[in-house]
Design a protein. Structure first.
Length: 248
């Protein structure tokens, strides 16, 4: 679990850098389109859409871009339908990797991901090859130094949280079942408890140790996959150490 927290925070920090370059807009547009496709265009009645819009506003996506994405999702504007596709594979040393994507052309996405895996010492696998090693959970990560752990734990227990864990990198993470995520997110927000990471994601049941060199190669692969425009989230069972992160 602690390893997952480290990777989630790496993605969070990287996301801030990407946001400064406007790189997240394409990715977030797809999230808005997908949410509108599946739950309608009214954010008041569609939590996923509301969250996607909030994420887009947080990185200063223009209102017109958000409106167009909603209209594309509801069918008011043309464009290929966006679909959710999960790709599975292996990194150096056999580490398991899951890539959750939103794509409007899976015939383009799959070969591109296969090339990234291959060039960086991994292999894109078949559906089901590693998914059994992960559970889908709601994940909330807080800065342990600036948060009231007792208050977080109390709210988590009252609103469907399953586990509260202090990690060795100074974070406090809460997990829950996916169907409890919306209520728990609203409860943390109402209590004005700021999260660093807030998402439904794939969490490894156990983590795998590799030597630092193999770990660094795997980190490069994870970062390249995370950079792909169609990828929304990357998960791994790699036990991430400070050496792999360059002493971060």
């Amino acid at each position: 679990m602690a390893g997952h927290s480290k990777w989630a925070n790496i993605q969070h920090r990287k996301g801030r850098v990407d946001a400064a370059r406007g790189k997240l807009w394409s990715r977030l547009s797809k999230a808005i389109i997908m949410a509108a496709q599946s739950g309608g265009g009214d954010p008041a009645a569609n939590f996923k859409l509301r969250k996607a819009i909030d994420d887009a506003k947080a990185v200063s996506m223009p209102k017109d871009n958000i409106t167009r994405a909603i209209k594309r999702g509801t069918g008011e504007l043309g464009g290929d339908r966006v679909e959710e596709v999960v790709y599975e594979g292996y990194g150096p040393g056999g580490v398991a990797i899951m890539c959750e994507s939103l794509t409007d052309n899976r015939n383009r996405t799959a070969p591109e991901l296969r090339s990234i895996f291959s060039k960086l010492g991994g292999e894109l696998g078949k559906t089901g090859c590693v998914s059994y090693l992960f559970d889908r959970k709601g994940l909330f990560v807080f800065d342990a130094e600036s948060i009231d752990e007792e208050r977080v734990t109390e709210i988590a227990l009252e609103h469907g949280g399953e586990d509260v864990e202090a990690t060795d990198d100074g974070k406090l993470q809460v997990t829950c079942a996916p169907d409890a995520f919306d209520a728990l997110a609203d409860a943390f927000e109402a209590a004005e408890l700021a999260t660093e990471v807030k998402q439904v994601t794939l969490i490894p049941q156990t983590t795998v140790d590799v030597d630092p060199g193999t770990g660094q190669k795997t980190m490069r692969l994870l970062e390249q996959l995370d950079d792909h425009d169609d990828i929304q989230n990357v998960s791994t069972n790699l036990n991430i150490t400070d050496e792999m992160m360059g002493g971060e």
